[in-house]
Design a protein around this ligand. Structure first.
Ligand code: MG
Length: 386
């Protein structure tokens, strides 16, 4: 049995990963479950999977959990440092990276240092530090697999092919819940409306990113690092039905696409079963005769400026994508708390991008400094707007 660490086990990716494992028992031994502060759900997961380690970032929640699981042989780690120490010192066969935003960076780096193959959902890690993470993976000889549905689609289409024969990658985007709205119509969008994604079941942060199209912007940067293809050769098409999960166009004009139902469990399961495949329940199979017409169109970058902001960040390079991703994390936090408007998100991102000094080829320490500084400056800026 291969050993597995699940980072962000109580979130959307974590809980769906554990569901996939429950359907396919005996293939992975879950050894570490790590979460932020949801000790109640983590206790249930510990009782089900019996890992030797569990971790909570929040120390108070960790104390609560420790008291609850005294009857079990599990060591409860408290705080980020205890988690990264364990990840760097134990060699898990695989780590599912299902945390959200910039907080996932250090745990993922530690897991790679420990020698774990990474199944990455936490795309911000590659956006912020793609040059560091991909290099470290090569040095440590670990596989970087992706749980992102579009990138899983591209990875599947590339099997048996060489990236040098690729003309362009085409990332599909559902367009989110506000597809077709004008900028003026987006002015009074509420958090509840933004997190209601039409096709995908996802956590709050990525649902907002999906509504602003920042998710697709981050995905261009993510794809560029994963597949070594320049962002100028990565296009985005709006495909509201979310059946075609992405496509690869080759130099001879042939296009390969991966299709399927819109469920995160499919790419999660593929990463866990790779290079093989596990059988899926009936509900995962496409009913071809019931399919809606599949349509494709250009994204509206005037109503949704985040896509162009992301393209600008990757063409600037250096620490610019780390700034972009971190400001976006903070903006989404304030938007969800009702303290920043929907259209305020791209406005604040554009402003902060011009405020933080640009740095070429930053190392990990400089990325972390950029992150801290961006968080401070963004908070101050949004609070001064109120
Ligand atoms: Mg995606």
């Amino acid at each position: 049995m291969r050993t597995l660490a699940v980072l962000g086990s109580t979130g959307s990716i974590g809980t769906q990963t554990l569901e996939v494992l429950q359907r396919n028992p005996g293939l992975y031994d879950v050894q570490l479950l790590a979460a932020g502060k949801n000790w109640r759900l983590l206790e249930q997961q510990i009782r089900l999977f019996r890992p030797p380690w569990a971790a909570l970032a929040d120390e108070h929640a960790a104390r609560e959990l420790r008291a609850r699981v005294r009857d079990l042989e599990v060591e409860i780690l408290a705080g980020e440092e205890a988690l990264t120490d364990l990840l760097a010192s134990r060699s898990f066969d695989m780590a599912v990276a299902g945390m959200v935003g910039h907080v996932g960076l250090l745990p993922v780096v530690a897991a790679i240092q420990g020698g774990a193959n990474i199944a990455l959902a936490n795309k911000e890690v590659l956006v912020m530090a793609g040059h560091i993470v991909t290099k470290l993976c090569r040095q440590k000889g670990v596989h970087l697999l992706t749980l992102d549905s579009e990138h899983s689609a591209i990875f599947q289409c590339l099997q048996g092919h060489s990236c040098k024969d690729v003309q362009r990658l085409i990332l599909t985007a559902s367009g989110g819940p506000f597809l077709g709205k004008t900028k003026a119509e987006l002015a009074n969008i509420t958090p509840a409306q933004a997190v209601k994604h039409p096709n995908w079941q996802m956590g709050a942060k990525i649902s907002v990113d999906s509504a602003t199209l920042m998710n697709k912007g981050l995905e261009i940067i993510e794809a560029s690092w994963l597949f070594g293809i320049g962002p100028e050769n990565i296009d985005v098409l709006i495909h509201p039905q979310s059946i075609v999960h992405s496509m690869v166009e080759f130099s001879d004009g042939a296009v390969l696409a991966q299709l399927g139902i819109p469920s995160m469990e499919v790419p999660i399961q593929y990463a866990l079963s790779y290079p093989g495949r596990w059988p899926s329940p009936d509900s995962f199979f496409l009913n071809w005769l019931d399919l809606p017409g599949l349509t494709f169109s250009q994204p509206d970058t005037e109503a949704f400026p985040c896509l162009d902001l992301a393209r600008a960040a990757i063409s600037r390079g250096g620490n610019a994508p780390a700034v972009l991703s971190t400001v976006n994390d903070i903006c989404v936090e304030y938007f969800l708390a009702g303290k920043l408007s929907f259209n305020g998100i791209p406005e604040v991102i554009a402003h902060i991008m011009s405020e933080i000094p640009w740095q070429e080829n930053p190392d990990l320490t400089q990325i972390l400094e950029t992150m801290e500084r961006t968080i401070q400056v963004t908070r101050r800026h949004i609070e001064s707007m109120e």
